[in-house]
Ligand binder design. Structure first.
Ligand code: C2E
Ligand code: MG
Ligand code: MG
Length: 723
């Protein structure tokens, strides 16, 4: 036993150990053990985790009693510290803590209280340990503090974990404070419990305090749409969390921003809802970028009108609306009549200005709730909703016609355009986008046919020809790309010599897997749509190239006649185009003849005659095709630089049955020759016709009687054998 002796009033053992009850049976050995109280106490003290001590109230805290726990606690043997044998407890106490620990003890002793302190000691192994000391002062007879007794425990582990927890807390607080995202906790009723500076910043408040004072009710003050908070709470109730919850909110200054929230419920151990916890991110920039991208994808950049992409969405909405309210929707297809001409002749700059102005006029003609879409080019679609009677559309369409027809001034020039409109009605004419649009489109063509500057409704009676025409147009657009056109040649025979004196190039359309289409059914469509310009170029080039090949092969020229349609003839670059084609194909100009129809002469303008002369100047010949069917007075002919008349087949056809034609033919031949023109008859099928033409001195003929139009290869054979 290490206790320094019993003269010190250190422990009042008698108070703690009860006398043994005589009626409890115990072995004599155990009884002896129990009665050796000092031994029992020693054993208890030595087995305690910690050090029981008694020390003097001096500058060394001189130990006068130390339990065995000293070893584990300090690393020193109890004997080393007892009476400061090798080291005092003051020395063991961590230097920085000595002073305040002593001060604390003095304070407690003066107050007569139990003292308690957590401080550090230096372990014999050189390490620092945290200890908890609890002690009591012991007094001498004079009532002065003479010694201390108490218990010291190692609390290093607890301290470390507390430290770790504090550090972790600090780390999280730092994340919380410095996060870029707003982080918050709110009551389910919408009051902030806790949030970080970023949240205040996102919502435009100077500080967190500013936000606390600024927002007391999230639902009413934050969300632009107060229903959003309810949606948020409902989602929370249903799923316990919300993800990517996007909403618009007010900033302090009233600006509206877009945010996205991720949040979850926090519950206590019993499952009671404590609060919501979540993050907020400002996505205004992304949203506006997305909106901009979407806007660009769905609007026409020139006019700012919705484009084709939006049309089907809008139409769908209109149809749903009409279903709900038992009303109708009108789909009006608007096509500007003279746009292409102005655009081509005045330049794209003027064309663009015109389109912008016309877009604005269209938008002015309809209600706010209606839609104006630019499909592309000079085509627009109006969606007119809430119609009870189809007739009501008629008024809107009248307005559109009148408005478009107002003169339009650019650079003090007046332009006037008109438009053709086709209208289909939902649900009468169709119940989907494609049908309605197609119907409106075909009705628009009806309007074009009816002389433009008018509108037409689509009806189921819309004739099959119109539909077929639409179909041709659609397929024609692809025919060029797919190289579905062929060029056939029909020989022209010099009646006097019986030799081939030329050929007429005639286009054929051979759609894949289908029957050959004759030009009569697609040339007019190509004319109206403008595709004739491209097609015409192809014909001209192909004809010239093959004529040059023939010439090379046989050593003498076989002139080729190419049909030029009215629209082609008006095309601004025609003369240049012909010149280029001649040069590129290597054909001599005198071997090319251009056929124009008689009806074109009627619209003679200076420009027209100018073009004829320019073509003549290139050295090409000009022929009047289908002569006799137009309205031109024969006297007119002398004004034009023409080389040949092609008598229309109609006069030849009926020769046998219609004796009057004999006279007409004779007159035409005579007239033509008197003007110095060659005369050729078309559509000669019989010996009779041939004989008669020969008898009246007609120069040439063309017709099945000699040959149908044939391919270039077949023609080659003919020229070779019968040229
Ligand atoms: P067109 O210029 O008057 O051509 C003569 C038409 O009469 C051709 O019809 C020809 O095949 C047909 N034909 C010739 N001999 C006879 C005959 O003995 N009996 C009968 N029944 N018909 C005969 P096709 O090839 O169908 O051409 C029709 C029209 O299409 C042409 O009339 C021309 O106006 C136009 N066309 C043809 N090719 C072109 C072209 O490349 N460009 C343009 N713009 N128009 C063309
Ligand atoms: Mg012809
Ligand atoms: Mg003809």
């Amino acid at each position: 036993m290490n206790s320094p002796g019993t003269e010190f009033p250190m422990l009042e053992l008698e108070r703690h150990v009860l006398p043994l009850a005589p009626n409890i049976k115990l072995s004599a050995n155990l009884r002896a053990l129990l009665e050796d109280r000092e031994r029992m106490l020693d054993s208890l003290l030595d087995n305690l985790e910690g050090m029981v001590y008694c020390c003097l109230w001096d500058e060394n805290w001189t130990m006068i009693f130390i339990s065995q726990g000293c070893r584990a606690l300090t690393g020193y043997e109890p004997g080393d510290m007892l009476y400061n044998n090798r080291i005092s407890y003051e020395q063991v106490t961590f230097k920085a803590d000595r002073e305040w620990v002593r001060a604390r003890f003095i304070e407690s002793a003066n107050a007569g209280e139990v003292f308690e302190a957590e401080y550090r000691i230096m372990h014999a192994d050189g390490g620092v340990r945290w200890v908890l000391e609890r002690g009591m002062p012991l007094y001498n007879e004079a009532g002065e503090v003479e010694a201390l007794e108490g218990f010291i425990q190692d609390i290093t582990l607890r301290k470390r974990s507390e430290e770790a927890a504090r550090e972790a807390e600090e780390r999280y607080r730092s994340i919380f404070e410095n996060a870029i995202e707003g982080i918050y906790q709110t009551t389910p009723s919408g009051r902030y419990l806790n949030f970080n500076p970023a949240l205040a910043r996102i919502y435009g408040y100077e500080s967190t305090q500013d936000l606390v004072e600024g927002i007391s009710d999230i639902q009413k003050q934050l969300y632009v749409d107060p229903g959003k908070r309810q949606e948020f709470v409902s989602l929370m109730q249903a799923q316990g969390r919300v993800q990517h919850f996007e909403a618009q909110v007010y900033r302090k200054n009233g600006d509206v921003i877009w945010i996205t929230e991720n949040a979850r419920e926090v519950r206590d151990a019993d499952g009671n809802l404590l609060f919501y916890e979540g993050t907020v991110e400002d996505i205004t920039e992304r949203k506006s970028y997305e909106r901009q991208i979407e806007y660009q994808a769905t609007h026409d950049s020139l006019t700012g009108l919705p484009n084709r992409t939006l049309l089907s969405d809008r139409l769908q909405q209109c149809m749903s609306f009409a279903d709900r309210y038992h009303s109708k929707v009108a789909v009006a297809f608007v096509d500007l009549d003279q746009f292409k001409m102005i655009n081509d002749s005045m330049g794209h700059h003027i064309g663009d200005e015109l389109l912008v102005a016309m877009s604005a006029r269209l938008a002015d003609c309809v209600r706010e709730s209606d839609t104006v879409v630019r499909l592309g080019g000079d085509e627009f679609v109006l969606l007119i909703t809430g119609l009870n009677r189809v007739e009501d559309v008629a008024q809107s369409m009248q307005r559109v016609l009148a408005s478009i027809a107002q003169p339009f001034v650019i650079n003090s020039w007046d332009y006037t355009v008109s438009c053709s409109i086709g209208v289909s009605i939902y649900p009468d004419d169709g119940n989907n986008y494609n049908t309605l649009l197609k119907s409106a489109d075909s009705a628009m063509y009806k309007a074009k046919h009816a002389g433009r500057n008018n509108f037409q409704f689509y009806t189921r009676e819309l004739n099959a020809a119109l539909l077929e025409r639409l179909d041709i147009e659609y397929r024609l657009r692809r025919a060029l790309e797919n190289e579905e056109f062929r060029l056939y040649y029909q020989p022209q025979i010099d009646i006097a010599s019986g030799r081939i004196c030329g050929v007429e190039a005639l286009i054929r359309w051979q759609p894949e897997g289908e029957e050959m289409v004759s030009p009569g059914s697609f040339i007019p469509v190509a004319e109206e749509t403008g595709m004739i310009e491209e097609i015409g170029y192809w014909v001209l080039f192909t004809a010239c190239r093959q004529a040059r090949e023939l010439r090379e092969k046989f050593g003498y020229p076989v002139p080729v006649a190419v049909n030029v349609s009215p629209r082609q003839f008006r095309q601004p670059g025609l003369v240049n185009m012909v010149e280029t084609v001649l040069r590129d194909s290597g054909l001599e100009a005198k071997c090319l003849e251009l056929e124009i129809t008689e009806s074109m002469l009627v619209h003679d303008t200076e420009k027209f005659i100018e073009t004829l002369h320019a073509l003549k100047a290139l050295g090409v010949s000009l022929a009047i095709d289908d002569f006799g069917t137009g309205y031109s007075s024969m006297a007119y002919l002398k004004h034009f630089p023409i080389d040949r008349l092609k008598i229309d087949k109609a006069f030849v056809d009926d020769l046998e049955a219609e004796p009057a034609n004999l006279a007409i033919l004779r007159a035409i031949v005579a007239l033509g020759q008197s003007l110095g023109l060659k005369v050729i008859a078309e559509g000669v099928e019989t010996q009779y016709q041939y004989d008669y033409l020969r008898s009246i001195g007609c120069d040439e003929f063309q017709g099945y009687f000699f040959s149908r139009p044939v391919t270039a290869e077949v023609l080659e054979g003919m020229v070779g054998s019968r040229g």
